[in-house]
Design a protein around this ligand. Structure first.
Ligand code: HEM
Length: 130
């Protein structure tokens, strides 16, 4: 079926996030982080990540936490490098492309890349100070 729908609802985001994490947990580079290093409670994590993207993509401020902090914590116990961020972005973008098409989908890709870059940059700064 041709993909001609953009992301318009929270349900769209949740559907996309579930598909993304199915890929992430099977990924050679990333899987272990979500299954062994920080075993996640998916029934809590999926709504939280959906909140995060709803805030960004649908302009509805339901996510009020600091997403950076948890990643600094992960980086301290399991250093995150270029290869992790590249895999994350590749899976994130390919999941979006398989499901949606349009300006909100493009915004998701742009924000995903921007936040990933900022996260890596901040981690490098923090690690250099140690
Ligand atoms: C190498 C790349 C990444 C890895 C391995 C990773 C891994 C994780 C893990 C394991 C958690 C759960 C932490 C916990 O509950 O203790 C988490 C939470 C989260 N991640 Fe990532 N992440 C990555 C990149 C990103 C990026 C680029 C974004 C945003 C664009 C993002 C957004 C989030 C958000 C919003 C949460 C929830 C934070 C909260 O507790 O409020 N992650 N991530």
């Amino acid at each position: 079926m041709a993909i001609d729908q953009d992301i318009t609802t929270r349900e769209d985001i949740e559907q996309f996030i579930r598909a993304f994490y199915e890929k992430v947990i099977r990924d050679e580079t990333l899987g272990i982080i979500f299954t062994e290093i920080i075993p996640l409670n998916w029934e809590l994590h999926i709504p939280l990540i959906t909140d995060f993207w709803e805030t960004i993509l649908l302009d509805n401020p339901v996510y009020r936490k600091n997403a950076m902090e948890v990643h600094y914590h992960i980086d301290r116990i399991y250093p995150l490098g270029q290869e992790h961020f590249e895999s994350w972005l590749k899976l994130f973008n390919s999941t979006l492309d398989e499901m949606f098409l349009g300006p909100v989908t493009e915004l998701a890709k742009k924000r995903g890349a921007g936040i990933a870059q900022l996260m890596q940059h901040k981690m490098n700064l923090l690690n250099d100070k140690l």
